[in-house]
Write a protein that binds this ligand. Structure first.
Ligand code: ATP
Ligand code: MG
Length: 437
């Protein structure tokens, strides 16, 4: 196939055999959010480039190297969103949703775009489910965000495969003091650092803590740690968070190297990590960003949130074989029709059935075909019953009803009794564990 007819590298089609797992994850999450009182927000995929430059920050990989930026026909610089927080903050400010200290608990889901090196668990179009909470400054809400992700892992059956890493970044003053100490320490060992880290020493030194380079990590082993520089208020906030996690019984690992390289992040940062997916092990990352909204010119407003990677979670569900077998429930009934007149009458009959039985999964044969070929399609659809409408049945205003899963004789049912009879037959046939919506 010519290149222009292929998908762009790192941008995946999610094929019909995969979508049930996606819907399972998304609907499990949506129900969870309903249960905690969070509201969904839907945001544009394109924003002005400026929003991300300011909201994510120059000096980050995302802004410097990974954005899909282009000029529209009017010459405006636009960017495909690389993450959801900046757009969400823009939206709440634009619509005054955080004015007067109003609390907002919001969630969203959708595609994000980053020009990265595609590999397992890392793509150029990927999907996040994100949560953002505004105007709650305390550790109680940080704890709730972690608790609800923990509950999600339990609902999905992956709780044993993920661990929680936790850190506090302190106040911006505490971080500034720490940054100076770290830079001084690393400056003396400049030659031992990898190239990226050498560059970051001037642009974004805290990000060096995050380096995957083994030699750099060795240098960092003896470096001053952020924990020693925490201010009293941040320390109390962190203790409040840990006390709540302890009370619920959520285990965590303190990881002093866990950072977000941006000044508007402070205090709580956390990641849920798995060792089941190789290098791309972070399935959910979040933190407190009390400084972000004022960066956009809004009144100082506490904010905290997280984003999880949908592809990585689906991969984890697949790897652990936790995708419920009954997903993608098959059809209940397949309507076979023979001859043009039956085809016409059958469609009308099918719609009457749908009126009477809204939950019915009814596939109507299209494309005519022989008895054999229609029955083959009926079987493949997974339907429990076939309905058979030919010339004879039509002239008697009746329809054949035949089980596709047993040797029961076909019965002939009058049209006006079809709903009742079908309901009876279906309730006998459907196994108890097959969920009916
Ligand atoms: P990483 O260190 O893996 O690059 P990140 O710090 O860039 O992650 P965030 O911006 O915090 O990631 O995004 C939150 C989550 O979104 C990540 O933990 C991950 O699960 C997912 N994610 C981020 N980038 C990608 C990507 N390119 N492909 C698939 N999932 C991604
Ligand atoms: Mg990244």
């Amino acid at each position: 196939m010519s290149k222009s007819l292929q998908a762009i590298r790192g941008m995946n089609d999610i094929l019909p055999e995969q979508t049930p797992a996606w819907r399972y994850l998304e609907s499990t999450f949506a129900r969870l959010m309903d249960g905690y009182g969070y509201k969904e927000i839907r945001l544009p995929i394109l924003e002005f480039t400026e929003l991300f430059a300011r909201g994510i920050g120059e000096g980050t990989d995302v802004v410097d190297k990974e954005m899909y930026t282009f000029a529209d026909r009017n010459g405006e610089s636009l960017t495909l969103r690389p993450e959801g927080t900046a757009g969400c903050v823009r939206a709440v400010l634009e619509h005054g949703l955080t004015g007067g200290g109003q609390v907002q608990k919001l969630w969203y889901t959708g595609p994000m775009f980053r020009y990265e090196k595609p590999q397992k668990g890392r793509y150029r179009q990927f999907h996040q489910i994100g949560v953002e909470v505004f105007n709650l400054p305390g550790p109680d809400i940080d704890a709730e965000l972690i608790v609800l992700t923990w509950r999600l892992w339990q609902k999905l059956g992956i709780a044993d495969a993920v661990t929680l890493q936790l850190n506090s970044l302190g106040s911006s003053e505490a971080r500034a003091t720490y940054r100076d100490a770290l830079v001084a320490y690393l400056q003396e060992r400049f030659e031992q650092l990898d190239e990226d880290s050498q560059r970051r020493l001037t642009t974004n030194p805290l990000r060096i803590l995050d380096s995957k380079n083994a030699q750099t990590q060795a240098v960092l082993a003896e470096a001053p740690t952020l924990a020693d520089y925490l201010d009293d208020e941040s320390r109390a906030h962190f203790e409040g968070l840990k006390a709540r996690l302890d009370a619920v019984g959520i285990a965590y690992t303190l990881n002093p190297k866990l950072v977000r390289g941006l000044d508007y992040y402070g205090r709580t940062v956390f990641e849920w990590v798995t060792d089941k997916l190789g290098a791309q092990g972070t399935v959910c990352a979040g933190g407190r960003y009390d400084g972000l909204i004022s960066q956009f010119g809004g009144k100082p407003t506490p904010g905290v949130g997280f984003a999880m990677g949908v592809e990585r979670l689906v991969l984890l569900l697949e790897t652990l074989d936790r995708i419920p077998a009954e997903l993608g429930r098959p059809m209940d009934v397949y309507l076979c029709m023979f001859g043009e007149e039956a085809d016409v009458a059958g469609l009308a009959l099918a719609e009457k059935l749908r009126d009477a039985l809204p939950a019915l999964r009814l596939a109507v044969n299209a494309g005519a075909g022989s008895f054999k070929s229609q029955f083959k399609k009926a079987d493949k659809s997974g339907a429990l019953f076939a309905l058979i409408l030919g010339e004879n049945e039509l002239s008697q205003q009746r329809i054949g009803l035949k089980s596709l899963r047993s040797d029961d004789e076909q019965e002939l049912v009058a049209w006006d009794e079809l709903t009742t009879r079908l309901q009876e037959r279906l309730s006998q046939q459907i196994p108890a564990d097959r969920e009916r919506e």
